[in-house]
Write a protein that binds this ligand. Structure first.
Ligand SMILES: NC(=O)c1ccc[n+]([C@@H]2O[C@H](COP(=O)([O-])OP(=O)(O)OC[C@H]3O[C@@H](n4cnc5c(N)ncnc54)[C@H](OP(=O)(O)O)[C@@H]3O)[C@@H](O)[C@H]2O)c1
Length: 354
């Protein structure tokens, strides 16, 4: 799909919220490569670790990336960020790697931040035509996956019995669709609902998405849990946002992004890493623990506890809208995992042993 498809030109200014995030850096890079004008929001322009990688994403961009400050918890910061933009890709939302003590630490910025961005898009001088919201498969399926069930974009989970992050994604996406119904604005909404995202990093800011590959490669766990996870590649997720922005067939729809319809197991992922890295000095765990052992360990560890309900559950997610509407061809899981591992080593997040 080229940059001129669907009448978006390089006169259009595209806002990417949370531009310094793992997924957003890929979106910004791909937009700049297509020659678009991009404005990104960050929480602080003084945070060099997050801002500097954005300045070197590509050499000689047709348009320099513009950056401004905005915080999800500060409604007043969004009108200036949205001003003059025709497209808004709203990725910013907390994605912590620990369960917070107070769930509102995550839910509040996710929900009120999304509403602040949407409200800014209906200000009187707004030029916004479309908002692409980064949601998640957790807003499709929740934490308690159904055995032998194939999820589609029509599925929504109950809010009951969900972890804080899952609630934040369900509530933020629901709030966005409700906002559209209540306000009937001049722009359309579309959502991207990725599975667990992996693939190379463009910055060296440790983020939640690196945790599984990092933990396996550093052998921080000697055994694996018998769980299957919907996974996808960060480069596909970025492309999905851009194609959803450009393609009118994506308007007012949700889009699940997964590399394979059947969920893949931690063991599948570990075997890919083991095959590539065992000769390079890494000792990747590949043995699966019996479920009773994981259930016992879950009594003492909140992270393990959050996996308990997934033990042995086999479910699938349809990626037909991803492939047929967004025209995103899934990158093979093997490349996703290996490319992520090499990038973690190159960035110094994992010690180099070869
Ligand atoms: N990675 C995945 O597996 C996955 C899967 C499905 C959906 N998602 C969704 O994808 C989006 C991006 O996630 P990611 O994986 O790229 O995580 P990430 O690297 O942690 O990015 C999150 C972004 O949100 C920003 N943010 C958080 N709280 C904020 C606040 N109060 N005000 C302004 N910005 C704030 C962060 O800014 P700072 O850099 O300043 O912290 C960062 O730019 C999120 O909506 C997440 O829920 C991720």
């Amino acid at each position: 799909m080229n940059a001129n498809a669907f009448e978006i030109t390089d006169k259009d200014l595209i806002l990417v919220t949370g531009a310094s995030g793992y997924i957003a850096t890929h979106i910004v890079k791909q937009l700049l490569e297509l020659g678009f004008r991009v404005r990104g929001t960050v929480r602080s322009l003084k945070d060099d670790k997050k801002v500097l990688p954005l300045k070197t994403l590509i050499s000689n961009p047709k348009h320099e990336l513009e950056l401004c400050e905005a915080d999800l918890l500060n409604e007043e910061s969004w009108p200036a960020a949205v001003k003059d933009c025709t497209y808004v890709l709203h990725t910013a939302s907390p994605f912590p790697n620990k369960v917070p003590k107070d769930e509102n630490e995550i839910i509040s910025p996710a929900v009120s931040g999304t509403l602040s961005v949407l409200k800014a898009c209906i200000q009187t001088d707004s030029k916004v035509k479309k908002v692409v919201l980064t949601s998640s498969v957790v807003a499709v399926a929740g934490d308690n996956l159904k055995h032998l069930y194939t999820y589609t974009e029509n599925d929504w989970p109950d809010l009951k019995d969900q972890q804080a992050y899952t609630k934040s994604k369900i509530m933020a996406e629901k709030a966005a669709w409700d906002f559209m119904k209540e306000n009937n604005p001049n722009f359309v909404l579309t959502t991207i609902n990725p599975g667990y995202v992996m693939g190379p990093l463009l910055h060296n800011v440790p983020c939640t998405s690196i945790e599984v590959v990092r933990t396996l490669l550093m052998r921080e766990t000697p055994i694996l849990a018998d769980i299957l996870i919907p996974a996808c590649d960060v480069r596909n997720v970025a492309q999905a946002h851009i194609n959803a922005m450009m393609n009118p067939e994506a308007d007012s729809q949700r889009h699940i992004i997964v590399s394979t319809v059947e969920n893949t197991s931690m063991k599948d992922w570990a075997l890919i890493l083991d095959q590539e890295f065992s000769s390079k000095g890494y000792n990747v765990p590949t043995k699966v623990a019996p479920n009773f052992m994981i259930k016992f360990m879950s009594l003492f560890d909140a992270q393990i506890n959050s996996m308990k309900k997934m033990l042995g559950i086999k479910s699938s997610f349809s990626n037909s809208r991803m492939i047929n509407v967004l025209k995103v061809e899934p990158i093979a899981l093997k490349s996703t995992i290996i490319d992520m591992a090499y990038s973690l080593i190159e960035k110094g997040i994992i010690a180099k042993k070869f």
